[in-house]
Design a protein around this ligand. Sequence first.
Ligand SMILES: Cc1ncc(C[n+]2csc(CCOP(=O)(O)OP(=O)(O)O)c2C)c(N)n1
Ligand SMILES: [Mg+2]
Length: 371
Amino acid sequence: MPRATIHLPYTVEHLSILDAEGNVDAALDPNLDAALLLKLYRTMLLARRLDERMLALQRQGRIGTFGPIKGQEAAQLGSICVLRDTDWMVPAFREAAALLWRGTRIEDLLLFWAGREEGQAGATERTLPIAVPVATQLPHAVGIAWGARYKHDPAVVMTYFGDGATSEGEFHEALNFAGVMQLPVVFVCQNNQWAISTPRAKQTRAQTLAQKALAYGFPGIQVDGNDILAVYVAAHEAVARARSGDGPTLIECVTYRLSVHTTADDPLRYRDETEVRQWEARDPLLRFTTYLEGRALLDPARRAALEGEVRDEIKTAVERFEAAPPPDPLDMFDHLYAQRPPELSAQRQELAAALSAISHRTAEPAGGKGR
Ligand SMILES: Cc1ncc(C[n+]2csc(CCOP(=O)(O)OP(=O)(O)O)c2C)c(N)n1
Ligand SMILES: [Mg+2]
């Protein structure tokens, strides 16, 4: 047989349960309990309102550059809610909703995006710091999973990245290693259609991002990333598979970045606004609201009350953030390593000496020596 077809054990499934109009496929609905659904809704609302508030704060010069998450809340919350506290979350830089779910405080997110590294110190144990260098977190996630296996710790690692990250070497190294070692990792790709100004079609010729898992010998599934129920079902299956020793999964959440890449970006220069309008109709918050109203778990009065609650929560956090003591430049050496490497310690000492020389100089009375 000089030429034969190799039949692979996998295909790529696409999963959708709750459509853009809020209609639910009853046969696939995971029927989550009311308390979980309402907690998810409240966190989604909080994340959306915080995003809006942060955009205003940045425009007023009260925080620095940040990447809004608008439109991607279902992809994040439907996946992260499946983890236990004893599992690991390894984020990229656009996961504010998932971080809120993990217990990161709003004021710590504000501190971080104001350039204050101590904002990372508040992250919960087993939630790694925000990683801006694209895809560098993926080998870390796999290493943590390998370490967990080595220590007989039943933890699962869930890691996040974008469509653009799938073109980085680290993505392929991480997936290959996770596949070979059958590690308990869930790779959550938020395919928001854009990597700054690079559209999804220019990122890869592959029809789906999910299928990239197949080359590494493990399952990949594509889900409607604006459908919180579909994301939940896929993540639940993937976490169960990882926990039972059956290895990694790649979940491609098809979603859309409704806002700017970061506050330093102007998408009007590279994307058509009609595309944005089309995706606004698929907003995950709108359809989740319709679903919960259909299940009689939400009504306009309850929604208004929740809006008030999250507004107050954000207001208090902004006040706490703005009342924080001024930054110490030496903080930049902290909060990244559990044990600071010697090169960083040397740099820290050098800066400390320079700062103390400056403060001695400025402490001298006007007209004194050394002018
Ligand atoms: C290694 C590296 N190269 C380039 C950048 C600049 N950069 C920041 S975000 C980004 C695009 C990332 O796209 P994607 O992975 O789709 O994530 P998204 O921003 O859409 O959430 C780039 C190129 C970076 N942060 N790190
Ligand atoms: Mg992207």
